[in-house]
Write a new protein. Structure first.
Length: 406
């Protein structure tokens, strides 16, 4: 049994933990921005392929006490690194995090860990210098209260980089954050969903992947595939099994709009890429079923009206890098108050870093959640009186798909 560590946005740990349990794995610990769990060998690949809210997945190689550099070196050296790496590997200690520990110089820790890894590989392979001409592998170190965790990166590029977004525009929302927002709002595939600031289409696309039960990692590779522990035959079987789990028989009402026509075209293209990747996965199991794409239209959010009696507005309105200044943002958020009038029975979720969002929009959220992805401090405002109850289906005709203008 392996111990794995999945990273996520700070504030999304519970959501990620629920995802991990849904995959059938047992949780064994958590800390801000990370969740630990136990999994079999298949979990190394399956977690990367299937987790929607995780930014990275690591394999825990060692856990031990170290309050000096000799102990740190010995613990890293004792790991059987040669079982994971090919002889041309280039190993990088990409990040070090320390908390209440005697060892607190990140640069010195990084150098000592690197030295221990290369010393072990050199001793095992009888090489004084490694060529470093092959694939790069990242190692991360956490030291909490003198307890060292040595983690091997299984993901490579962050998992929010699904592979479908060729152009995200200015300061795009992370795909993993969009997925966390969907789950925090307890969205279900039968509920109409609209993003009035769709940008690159991330929220609508993540909703479509979730609605059709499409594993988010179908369109990309993982760092695991460069390691000696990678089992290509098992990975192929896992991919095919997950392809069989894709729901092609569901009807969704997922839409997006943006005042910028270029953004709308970008969203359409990204959605096409995402659905094509899912289509290729289906072809691997002999299916040629076409995945339904979200609908995107050009429109000012103030001109929209609800096409269904109830649904969910979920959005990432402009702020920070995406809008000129705080005053301009407040004017936009004040104007957004019209969404409560134009979509009277709809729930709404909004993510922003602007501290005066509630005052500007003129309504306080039923629930507020801090959600930090990267260096940006954001809050997720949830407007819903039904967060703890079962959602009701729309009473309007299911074939009336487009979000309409007034």
């Amino acid at each position: 049994m392996n111990t794995l560590v999945a990273l996520c946005a700070i504030g999304a740990e519970k959501i990620l933990g629920n995802e991990i349990k849904y995959l059938g794995y047992k949780l064994c610990g958590n800390a801000p921005g990370r969740v630990s769990f136990l999994g079999d060998d298949d979990a190394l690949y399956r977690a990367n392929l299937c987790l929607r809210t995780s930014d990275r997945v690591y394999l825990l190689l060692a856990k031990y006490q170290a309050d000096n550099f000799d102990a740190l070196f010995d613990g890293v050296y004792n790991i059987q690194w040669q079982d994971f790496y090919k002889k041309d590997v280039k190993v990088t200690v990409d990040k070090v995090r320390t908390y209440k520990s005697k060892l607190n110089s990140e640069h010195s820790i990084q150098g000592m860990v690197q030295k221990a890894i290369y010393k072990k590989l050199g001793d095992k392979w009888h090489m004084t210098t490694l060529p470093e001409s092959g694939d790069e592998s990242d190692v991360r170190i956490y030291i909490d209260n003198n307890e060292v965790l040595v983690l091997l990166d299984l993901s490579g590029l962050p998992l929010h980089k699904r592979g479908y977004r060729t152009d995200g525009g200015i300061a795009p929302l992370r795909e993993t954050t969009a997925s966390a927002m969907l789950q925090m709002m307890m969205w279900r595939r039968k509920i109409p969903l609209h993003d009035p600031f769709c940008g690159s289409g991330t929220i609508a696309i993540e909703a479509a992947l979730y609605a059709h039960n499409i594993a988010p990692g179908f369109g990309r590779r993982f760092a695991l595939e460069n390691l000696c522990i990678y089992n290509k035959e098992r990975a192929t079987k896992i991919r095919r099994k997950e392809a069989e789990n894709i729901r092609t028989d569901v009807e969704c009402r997922i839409t997006g709009s943006d005042i910028d026509s270029a953004a709308v075209e970008r969203a359409k293209l990204n959605a096409e890429h995402a659905c094509v990747a899912a289509g290729r996965a289906l072809q691997e199991i002999g299916s040629d079923v076409r995945i339904e794409r979200p609908d995107f239209v050009q429109a000012d959010f103030a001109e929209l009206e609800a096409p269904y009696e109830s649904g969910l507005i979920l959005c990432n309105p402009p702020y920070g890098e995406r809008i000129g200044d705080a005053e301009e943002a407040e004017k936009l958020y004040k104007k957004m108050g019209c969404l409560f009038k134009n979509f009277p029975a709809w729930e709404m979720g909004v993510i922003t870093s602007h501290e005066k969002f509630q005052e500007s929009i003129g309504k306080h959220a039923v629930m507020l959640k801090d959600l930090k992805a990267g260096n940006l401090e954001t809050k997720f405002y949830m407007y819903s009186d039904k967060l703890g109850t079962k959602h009701q289906n729309s009473s309007k005709k299911p074939d009336d798909r487009k979000t309409t203008k007034r």
